[in-house]
Design a protein around this ligand. Structure first.
Ligand code: GDP
Ligand code: IMO
Ligand code: MG
Length: 430
């Protein structure tokens, strides 16, 4: 297998958690490479639901080493809480969870600054997860962030932390925010950092050693291509590169060692937060795609619980994503949700100023004026169950899947039709 990358092709929540878990069966190491506690990756095993935020989804496979890579931003308080919670459910993971010594810390003032920035934007807010992601990456780019290697020395770290906290309180004051109480904040952070200190490691050297030995490594993308700070719907994006290239920069793995890039595509489209969404459906269709919250897979945020905006599949977005990421294996998810519709629509082009095209525009303003051009497909009108290969699907479902592969010029390696590991049909020729 070598090195594999798994990436979301839309606005996140494509079902990455499920597929990391599937691919982790044959992986020795799973690496998170970007983002932080803004991610929410769900794995369902025998009806038991695990929602992972900072811990790589490979943690649920015995013996898999999980790395929180150098490109991530890690909130010690959030990670300590998540670690305690997962250990209470699956037992000790000591030695299986490593935090890159080059990763940055997300600290309480980053969360507070995130909230303040959103408030200031008012009606034009991004709709962030309020996990402090943007402010932490801002500090990284400003070269003023704290990195995990500094936490190895408790006293030196405490001194750096206090200086940063005072500086942050000054900034919060200027911006009209409340300052953080110094002693309480320090005590809370230090308690979490003390718990996590044994997990700090030189993960770049460790990964290079595994690459040299030909080990199976899975890079677990977070968010999705349309939330990438360069390629997404800027400024309505997250603050990191969430594409395949970001997985390399965020782990230290060299490009030449990558075997496959697995692109995950939900059979319809969702997004949480603000920003353009050309195929967003009208209220009634969106509500049917979303579900009422009764099922665990209904479209409500795994991290924030917010209802997700929903619409038809957008292949302009997907083709842009397969190209930016160099997708070699495509996985379609949540096809089962479409079983309820007698007729389905897929967007294959945008109409803008009278012209029809399928390039994805950089300008958010232009994107807002794009009108989707749809192809229509008959539904299959029956639930999907027990399908082992793509040949087992009803003809209308096969037709829907075939059109996607043809348009994207990438073979579909598997189609997921439920949250469990077994609810997946594979390409019979693979
Ligand atoms: P991620 O962020 O990409 O890992 O995705 P999320 O976990 O945020 O959201 C995906 C949701 O869909 C989760 O509740 C999964 O359990 C669920 N899920 C994954 N694949 C399928 C599928 O094929 N069908 C259905 N119904 N649910 C799925
Ligand atoms: P997973 O990994 C969906 C969105 C937020 C917001 C924007 C910026 O589960 O797919 P941020 O807090 O990152 O500054 O928010 O990005 N967002 C996600 N949407 N899935 C995610 O992660 C997301 N992570 C961030 O809703 O619109
Ligand atoms: Mg998610």
């Amino acid at each position: 297998m070598g090195v594999n990358i798994l990436i979301g092709l839309q606005w996140g929540d494509e079902g990455k958690g499920k597929f990391v878990d599937i691919l982790a069966e044959r992986s020795e190491v799973v690496v998170r490479c970007q983002g932080g506690a803004n991610a929410g990756h769900t794995v369902v095993i025998g009806g038991e639901v695990f929602a992972l935020h900072l811990i790589p989804s490979g943690i649920l496979r015995d013996g898999v080493v999980c790395v929180i890579g150098n490109g991530t931003v890690v909130d010690p308080i959030a990670l300590a809480g998540e670690l305690r919670e997962i250990q209470a459910r699956i037992g000790e993971v000591a030695g299986r969870l490593l935090i890159s010594d080059r990763a940055h810390l997300v600290l309480p003032w980053h969360r507070r600054l995130d909230t303040l920035a959103e408030k200031t934007l008012g009606a034009s807010s991004i709709g962030t997860t309020l996990k402090g992601i943007g402010p932490a990456y801002t500090d990284k780019a400003r070269r003023s962030g704290l990195r995990w290697h500094q936490a190895r020395d408790r006293d030196a770290f405490a001194a750096r932390f206090r200086a940063s906290l005072r500086e942050a309180n000054r900034l919060l004051g200027i911006l009209g925010g409340d300052p953080l109480p110094e002693q309480e904040t320090e005590a809370e952070v230090m308690e979490a950092v003390d718990l996590l200190r044994p997990h700090i490691a030189d993960t770049v050297s460790l990964l290079h050693a595994r690459v040299r030995e030909g080990g199976n490594i899975l890079l677990e993308g977070a968010q999705g291509t349309m939330l990438d700070v360069d390629f997404g719907t800027y400024p309505f994006v997250t603050s990191s590169n969430t594409t395949a290239a970001g997985c390399l920069a965020g782990s230290g793995i060299p490009p030449g060692s990558v075997q496959d890039v697995h692109g995950l595509l939900k059979a319809f489209t969702t997004r949480v937060g603000s920003g353009p969404f050309p195929t967003e459906a009208e209220a009634a269709t969106a509500a049917r795609l979303r579900g009422d919250g009764h099922n665990q897979w209904d479209e409500f945020g795994t991290t924030t619980g917010r209802p997700r905006r929903c619409g038809w599949l957008d292949l302009v977005v997907a083709r842009y994503g397969t190209r930016v990421n160099g997708v070699t294996r495509l996985h379609l998810t949540k096809l089962d949700v479409l079983s309820q519709f007698p007729e389905l629509k897929i967007c294959t082009a945008y109409r803008l100023d009278g012209a029809v095209g399928s390039d994805f525009p950089a300008d958010t303003g232009r994107l807002l004026n794009c009108e989707p051009v749809y192809e229509k497909f008959p539904g299959w009108g029956e639930p999907l169950a027990g399908c082992r290969t793509l040949d087992d699907f009803p003809p209308e479902a096969r037709n829907y899947v075939r059109r996607i592969a043809e348009f994207l010029e990438v073979e579909i390696a598997s189609v997921s039709y439920g949250p469990e590991r077994g609810q997946t049909a594979f390409d019979p020729s693979a």
